[in-house]
Design a protein. Structure first.
Lengths: 297, 297, 297, 297, 297, 297
């Protein structure tokens, strides 16, 4: 079970509408190496984990990284929705993914950059722990490749902030799976870092995260479980030689960006004010004061 | 972002291996109306929600139910893995889903009862709030239908416990979306309850949940967000007339069932003891005492 | 069984070639909420209808609406083919759906706006009548949403005439399923009309149909069957308060628009005149005089 | 547009429940060479037909055969639903297509014998008339192959009656497309008949149709259009040497078989009598006397 | 088993980068009628061929043509990679197939012009020889249609050279299957040539191949097997009346075009020189002198 | 281009018909980790290889292994066709893959064990050499897992012989890609061998191949290209410490097993003798003596 909180792992900057860019960023959501894939691979591996009792540190590692990945699909989702705010529906049809206008109310969908839906076929969960870890390492490597390519082809500040963030966090997971594999078999995949061979520090949008040590840190995204990750996530970082560390709780995060109404696609309604009025009445009846902004803000 | 905790919403009883039943229960995981669909529909609707500020109670409702659904894919996952424990690989091939033996290490996969993978095409997220709520009501209705049909065709105690649990919890979501729609438009779908027209209380495995009032209760699966759900989830239950209520925190849950090694599918290894020994060493190095069972247990 | 007649439900105006628009209108053909879906959902529900004897009015309603939907795929098909007449093949590749040039001879295909083929997976036919009606209501609602979005993004007069027509006729089906559901359960979904909340009368291309009362009328598309639809399709229209009515026979319709040859895609041939000459000879041999235009015209 | 009438092209005999057979017969519905494919190929070719004015006899041929194919999906649909009547839901899961129990209320679905949904990708509509006719000949040939294989593997009397009927009617379409191709190009494909090389008259269930000359006759399924088919469908039958002929109107057909309620899958309801009572009341209010059987019967 | 040699069937000219053209040419790789389909249809038919001993000439024909088709996917692959050399990644996203930039390192993928992956569903292998030959004739006909349409819509010299080559070679296969069918059944499909009705000699890029008689020649792509193809591939060419012939060995071919590094997509690396240096060292250690160009050149 | 020869890499023993086993072995053909995937991944990577001149040893390695994989799809194909010989069509429908009877004439199809077609989506070709090699190592690892699981669940002697052969040959490719990666990056994946952790020598059907040193040998499947593989495939075998070696030419192989006619699925015809007689006449006309068995035998 999970507890969800209404925060994102990074701040999403606004920018000009960018339908083509939004189409490209979808690769990081619904592509074979997108965040839906990392989320669901680790999630299903945790469901099918056999020998949990005997192999607890490895179970904890996979289950905990799965938890972080949910935050990553949120981050990609918020980015794409932001990039579509204010976009012209006709331009979305000709230069972007038509579904963003015709189906999704200028919002994100679980599809890739070509519009193909994410599929459960992308989940690898063989039951064999060493095999799964090898897969996970490869998956994170392919994911890093995808993020770097999106970084190269999309200029929108939200996309850049997103990829900077994901490259650093994905790098931590790449290290985690390589280390787990090394501890079980002796094969040291960290020697192949960085893969692709672009040093993370060359990317300006990665630097704030590097400065706060995010590249060294596995956060436990849990009230108080998955404590045994420390038995695996340890040693030094393959690129910097700094010590790896596990932190709890995870950073607090940032509020979701505003996503204003887009009347030409009836989102959230052809006439927002009518249903907003109902919402205000319901809020008052329930004892909430002020406007309907985030309660705890 | 989420915090995941290592507990399930229900206790999963063990039973005899049941490959055909496990194949059928997959419908509740990866089918069009399975838990992957409820999870991802509400999740993506929360990513694309426009007018969050003005319509906070509805956003909170959808985002919070999304959080509960993650627990439901866990529950289905644990059930299927349990039903496959001890199953003969040959029997899985002839009477069940061959992938359970040949790909998944006798574990769950994100596929339906016919083996077709779940697809992002199952996500409806139009941006139009009233439309989305109508969809969600219909989705929960189709999900209830699916659960009841699985209940009728599978005898394994884990499947029965699972469907009993999910029918009650899904019923709460059905009420929630019907009520939201009613408050926005005046259309009262609760008059069609129960749909399918089988009273929940006739199902023995539902009764324990009814007795503790689970059918009346929306839990907030969050450290402290989504407080405005109370503005929508209110009034009386359409079948019993009892008052609906919102509770926080959600119930603590139950530990995951054991999933022992299955050597003939190399899960978690051809020789568990070899990697288990490595795991024990790592645990000791990290300061964990005793066997590698759940730390907090 | 059916009798097909060589007429369309509306007159399709010509206009400038519009490859991007044609790509968008495909959503109304092969999308999850397109006319292939309405046609095939009701068609298959009629094939699997259990209790036909006892529930004849509901069977008649579903089977008869299925019949009208065949005319709708014709209308969408004629529109798209018209929009592609005269289009430059290179422009189709860069701005539209490449398949319109490379596969389809500048004609319609059973795909959506992203080029994904319609799939039988879009058919919902649970066997449960109340469930199916709920689905059908939701399907018509999603279809109305899709038509309105295409209306907003495509200017071609054929697309505008088409959506004006389909919005009105789909609205009748939306009312029909809502009323059927109301009569069986008491839940009154018509209170949510219009959904999306754009009054039909605001759309200029809808007005001619409204003026002749098409929005109030269920036509029986049958030589003389499905008479019991009157037992369900009755009462008043939720938006206008006018009386609903059933008419037989359906209006006569309009001839198909011309679709001239497009030599660069070899449709109907690289050299039309050669095969046209053969056709003329065959016609004369069979006793048909004049040119090969529609016989009964 | 079409007029649908509530009759089938053949009488569907009842028999013992046969889940495995029903699964196999689905190939004739949703397989690449099933009736959905013949229906939709000719339907879409008629939508995209360029040069209709100059090539009327060929347009009429394709459009008219499309009309008959709708009757064929009805026939397959009624057969499969009949074969599932009385089937045990558990047996459907283990020996048949689980979706028949878990999704379809023991009714037909638009899928093939492996459960894969029919897809618009099966439609070939190139715009090139000679090419389309070549395809259509090949499609009918593949369809005949499929029908014969189902005949060989399924014993249920409904399946046998169905395949006997479809083999004869499909044979007429095979002749029609071969003749059209011969008239346009001189290539005489009828020399390859029968393909597969099993004489139709060897199949007992084909004989009643042969005796009434159905194998020689193209029916015009239209109130009064498609008159120019006679310019193409002419000459002698390649196997018997008898004269081909066009008839209008088509034979009257047979009533649909009963499809009684199946309570364990809630079709049409968990408790039929409750909704049947509502239906009776509605019928009486609308002036229909007697039970809710077919009005015109 | 095969022996592969590092040569192509034609010389691939270079040209300006053409992302939209490369997207279109993908239809000839991964489309239903692309070279993946011809390769895999004949390959699988050879695997499932029953009665090989009795029907050797037909087996040899199919197995040998399969061998040539592998060379055709190479030719399409080299063409697309060439067309993408030097293309701007952003332009690929907006005007071409985004996957060429985001996934494929500016290289070819097994997808069609809409980005949909080639699927095994395109393979027809019924076991019935006459049926398979009919299919193969139709497949080659559809393939010729596709090549001609790509020829019409893409100007890049590599695409023109490719289609000129494939139209001639595919024409030979069209003749081969028509002749095989004629010999088995008497049906003479060559009367329908050319299909589409564009004479091959009108296409400038076909002429060099016609001049060397490639349109008359079936090459045996084998060290010394498939000798009995001569029993079927014989007689005269339907368009020119010249004698058909079988040749062995096949022409020597041409070297692959250069495919220089594309740093912005990390192909073959972010910094080519680093891994190139390793490669040189390895070559020297293995005794290879000079630069790492083709050894036997 | 390739030269194909009519031989298999192993001798396929006959056995009792085994429809369920044949269904399972399809995983090795059309599954994500089947031989279609290994073949097409390496094939497409060779098409898109950038920097071929500078990185020749790595290009040669990938292109040459691609060549061997074609022989592996042949081997799987021959095995499945053999396992279906003599199978009862009804039993295929209930216990196996219905398509084997209804579509494929008791022959192999490009599908997996669940009947899902192989898809181009399984091809990974990023353009980044280190990335591709990482993928290829992982792919071979997953393939080994799949082969071992099929070995465990299928008893048919053809399936056992096949998996014994493929495990050894796939192991060579696993070593080859690990070594290539090690030479480029220093990361030594061979330390993880064997993966899954079942020593190859424990499998009786592997032993004959081990005895002749097949596990140490990369064959060059080419007339005389790909010579630079020796620069990469070198050093010692990670499990045995023996020296790796490259051999040319590859072993001669074995004849294809007989695949007799199966009349109930019309393969190769309803009446073999009729078309066999035509084939004999054609052979005699072409100067071939004796029966139509393999010429060179």
């Amino acid at each position: 079970m999970i507890l969800r909180y209404d925060r994102l792992g990074l701040e999403i900057p606004s920018g000009d509408p960018d339908p083509a860019g939004a189409m490209a960023v979808q690769e990081l959501m619904g592509g074979r190496f997108g965040e839906m894939s990392t989320l669901m691979n680790y999630t299903f591996q945790s469901f099918s984990f056999r020998g949990r009792r005997e192999l607890r540190p490895f179970y904890d590692l996979i289950a905990n990284i799965a938890a972080e990945e949910y935050g990553h699909i949120e981050a990609v989702g918020a980015t794409i929705t932001t990039m579509l705010t204010g976009a012209d529906a006709r331009e979305i049809v000709t230069n972007g993914n038509p579904a963003h206008a015709l189906k999704a109310g200028k919002g994100v969908l679980p599809v890739d950059s070509g519009g193909a839906p994410w599929t459960g076929d992308y989940v690898f969960s063989s039951g064999d722990l060493v095999e799964n870890l090898t897969h996970n390492y490869f998956l994170e490597t392919g994911a890093r490749n995808g993020k770097l390519k999106v970084y190269e082809t999309v200029d929108h500040p939200a996309a850049r902030a997103l990829t900077g963030y994901l490259i650093v966090r994905g790098g931590v997971h790449q290290v985690a799976y390589a280390r787990a594999l090394e501890l079980l078999t002796g094969a040291d995949l960290t020697k192949a870092f960085p893969m692709p061979r672009i040093p993370t520090e060359k990317i300006p949008e990665c630097r704030p995260h590097l400065e706060r040590g995010s590249h060294l840190t596995l956060y436990r995204f849990t009230p108080d479980d998955y404590q045994e990750v420390v038995a695996v996530f340890k040693g030094t970082h393959p690129e910097t030689g700094e010590d790896l560390r596990v932190e709890h709780p995870a950073p607090e995060g940032f509020p979701w960006p505003e996503a204003p109404a887009e009347q030409d696609v009836f989102a959230p309604d052809y006439a927002l004010h009518e249903i907003a009025e109902i919402a205000q009445t319901l809020r008052r009846q329930a004892g909430f004061a002020g406007d309907a902004a985030r309660h705890a803000a």
